[in-house]
Ligand binder design. Structure first.
Ligand code: QUE
Length: 365
């Protein structure tokens, strides 16, 4: 069996080493399964405590994707089999990993080449150095499968330009490298052709006695400069005011109508409109409510509330049907529980936010 996470310790002079994790499940676009999450969590913890590890680098062996999300097919199978424990374990360990990355004390570089969606954003968002490339495509597309923007999305999406986080959650819109830099979801743009050079320069840098963050900063700055002419055009920046206006409505119903009423013309906006029209109305309502409720939560609190919501959404909302329609049967005809957001009754929605546990499983983190 081929390992789905490749580990390497690259020599970086004076017995220093750079920890390199390479996601290696290309057929699944590196969608994170339980084993990959466990391996990442274990190794990042070991490297954190090792004196000879000066920096950690996360990358992918696939030119198509850094990480397309979580292995939602496996999560659905567990849910369909009534294996609640497996569903709980998956989200608990995924969020623990995300939390570890957000608080990692060593320079952590995430090379977000190709697709970076959902759980992939969860890995990237917490890294100090978040690199996007000429092929990067970022999205929080969970509304399409009956989930909602988790992996700390309810913490992260508030920190984007006004209205954009909610817009991303309701439409699943796609961001390119320029959008990612503009929003802060990424903070370095480097052409993917420089990947080997970046690794080599990190290995050849003078780490001894130097501040390790400054070393990484300098190496990435060099290749960012060489890539400067390539940054694509930002649709998010162009439409910033429009998006803010669309999201500034008295109710979710009014927001969905505003999205539905977007005129033909701009292809990026039409794709977002399509995402909003075809996504799960229940997911839209969950996202809307969760984003508002999480406004003042810490990262840790946000993850705790997401764990409740994710497990409930998988067991009791549109998730299994969404994954069936988009990723299993691929008929792309999900039968959502509600036709539109106005038909959702408050009590059913409320129940999804109610914790099934006396103690949240993330309390051990
Ligand atoms: C929305 C999503 C996901 C998606 C498609 C969507 C998602 C996800 C995957 C995915 C992709 C490839 C795989 C896999 C899952 O697709 O979160 O197992 O092999 O993980 O429209 O949120």
């Amino acid at each position: 069996m081929v390992a789905d996470v490749l580990l390497a310790e690259l020599p970086a002079g004076n017995n220093n080493k750079i920890g390199l994790v390479t996601l290696n499940a290309p057929a699944a676009l590196n969608a994170l399964n339980q084993s990959m999450i466990d391996q990442l969590f274990h190794q990042l913890n070991l490297w954190r405590d090792r004196r000879d590890i000066v920096a950690v680098f996360m990358a992918s062996s696939s030119s198509k994707a850094f990480c397309a999300g979580g292995d939602v097919r496996a999560v659905r199978e567990a849910a369909v089999a009534g294996n609640l424990a497996a569903v709980e374990q998956f989200f608990t360990s995924e969020y623990q990993l995300d939390y570890l990355i957000h608080r990692y004390p060593k320079p952590l570089i995430c090379w977000g080449n190709g697709i970076v969606m959902g759980g992939g954003i969860g890995l990237m968002a917490g890294a100090m150095f978040r690199v996007v490339t000429d092929t990067s495509m970022l999205a929080m597309p969970e509304v399409a499968i009956g989930l909602y923007p988790d992996v700390a999305g309810s913490w992260l999406l508030h920190r984007l330009p006004v209205g954009l986080g909610l817009f991303m959650g309701l439409t699943g819109c796609r961001l390119n490298a320029a959008d990612a830099i503009y929003t802060g979801l990424a903070n370095r743009f480097i052409d993917h052709a420089f990947y080997d050079n970046v690794i080599e320069s990190l290995q050849q840098a003078d780490w001894q006695g130097a501040n390790h963050h400054e070393v990484v900063y300098g190496v990435l700055a060099t290749y960012q400069e060489k890539s400067a002419g390539w940054l694509p055009y930002s649709k998010v920046r162009e439409h910033r005011d429009l998006i803010a206006g669309l999201m500034d409505q008295p109710s979710l119903g009014a927001i969905m109508s505003a999205l539905d009423d977007l005129p033909d013309g701009d292809e990026w906006l039409m794709a977002a409109r399509k995402g909003a029209r075809s996504g799960s109305p229940l997911s839209a309502a969950i996202s809307y409510r969760q984003l508002h409720q999480a406004r003042h939560l810490s990262l840790k609190e946000a993850l705790h509330s997401e764990l409740v919501l994710s497990v409930n959404t998988v067991m009791h909302a549109d998730f299994c049907e969404g994954v069936r329609a988009l990723l299993v049967d691929k008929d792309h005809k999900p039968q959502w529980r509600y036709k539109n957001v106005d038909q959702i009754d408050e009590q059913s929605l409320e129940e999804l936010f109610r914790s099934p546990w006396k103690e949240n499983p993330l309390n051990k983190m």
